[in-house]
Design a protein around this ligand. Structure first.
Ligand SMILES: NC(=O)c1ccc[n+]([C@@H]2O[C@H](COP(=O)([O-])OP(=O)(O)OC[C@H]3O[C@@H](n4cnc5c(N)ncnc54)[C@H](OP(=O)(O)O)[C@@H]3O)[C@@H](O)[C@H]2O)c1
Length: 263
């Protein structure tokens, strides 16, 4: 799909990556509909990029239905909203697990269901699902988050098969640690010196590329991280053992402390 002139819904536009994605797609000529909960961030951003702003809590199924109905005719969906469900499973309440699933996975599935149907009727459209390298490999303190992000990967792969023959593209995006904006940067966590990072602008470029070139999957991380997650897909036990030796627990403890407020 050519982004210029297309109507694009971006969820989680108020976040670090969402803002970069909104600005990149605006620069490429998209007409944007932006969502988030924090209106004090959403409205100035929407004004800056000439977008429609819809404040929505994606943990609320009725609100997701309303958003899907209101935006059913967009040409492109970028399901980017997500919360960092980091931390040991035993520290989660059932309500926190439900919220992680609802925001990170269910909302993307429902929006794809409703918007995808109209895309099929028109014979064109593109759906981008924001996963993570945590959707390819588990690590300490990632069980809840990884459950949602592995889920998005499977959803993206299957949906691409179902909708591809009807003229609709589906892409999964897999960022590693993003250093300059977003939930990792906000956490204040530090990484061992040898762990590479990416930028929000690189993620935004990947989203644009995915839409325009109909790429199945794009990982946005240095080569070492991409290789590590590929090994993780083939030999999970080996990859997690290596992560643990390289300080995975230490990073995980910082993340779960720094991201607890976003659960
Ligand atoms: N940053 C990274 O290093 C990284 C790496 C891999 C993948 N990702 C993924 O990239 C996506 C964007 O993350 P980010 O780094 O930009 O995080 P962020 O800065 O924390 O932003 C998260 C976005 O999701 C929205 N959101 C959270 N809960 C919501 C809810 N209940 N209802 C509606 N919107 C909600 C937030 O809106 P409000 O704040 O307005 O509520 C915000 O716009 C996520 O799916 C994340 O998992 C990020």
């Amino acid at each position: 799909v050519n982004v210029s002139g297309s109507r694009v819904l971006v969820t989680g536009a108020t976040g670090g990556l969402g803002q970069a994605i909104a600005r990149r797609l605006h620069a490429a000529g998209a007409q944007l509909v932006l969502t988030g909960r924090r209106v004090e961030v959403l409205e100035p951003l929407a004004a800056e990029v000439g977008a429609q702003a819809l404040a929505v809590d994606l943990a609320d199924p009725a609100a997701v239905e309303r958003l899907a109905a209101e935006c059913a005719d967009v040409d492109v969906l970028v399901a980017n909203a997500g919360l960092p469900g980091s931390g040991h499973l035993l520290t989660f309440s059932a309500a926190e697990i439900d919220r992680a699933l609802a925001v990170n996975l269910r909302s993307a599935m429902i929006l794809s269901r409703v918007i995808g149907e109209r895309m099929v009727a028109r014979g064109s459209g593109h759906i981008v699902l924001m996963s993570s390298l945590s959707g390819k490999i588990g690590s300490p303190g990632s069980s809840v988050y990884s459950a949602t992000k592995f889920g998005l990967r499977g959803f993206a792969q299957g949906l691409r098969e179902d909708l591809g023959p009807r003229g609709i593209g589906v892409s999964g995006i897999f960022p590693g640690f993003v250093r300059d904006a977003g939930m990792f940067a906000d956490s204040g966590a530090t990484l061992p010196f040898f762990v590479g990072t990416a930028t929000a602008a690189q993620v935004a470029d990947a989203v644009l590329r995915a839409i325009e070139r109909n790429r199945a999957e794009i990982a946005v991380a240095p080569l070492s991280m991409r290789l590590g997650s590929a090994v993780g897909g083939l030999v999970p036990g080996l990859a997690t053992a290596i992560q643990r030796r390289l300080g995975g627990e230490w990073v995980s403890e910082q993340l779960s402390a720094g991201q607890r407020v976003k659960r």
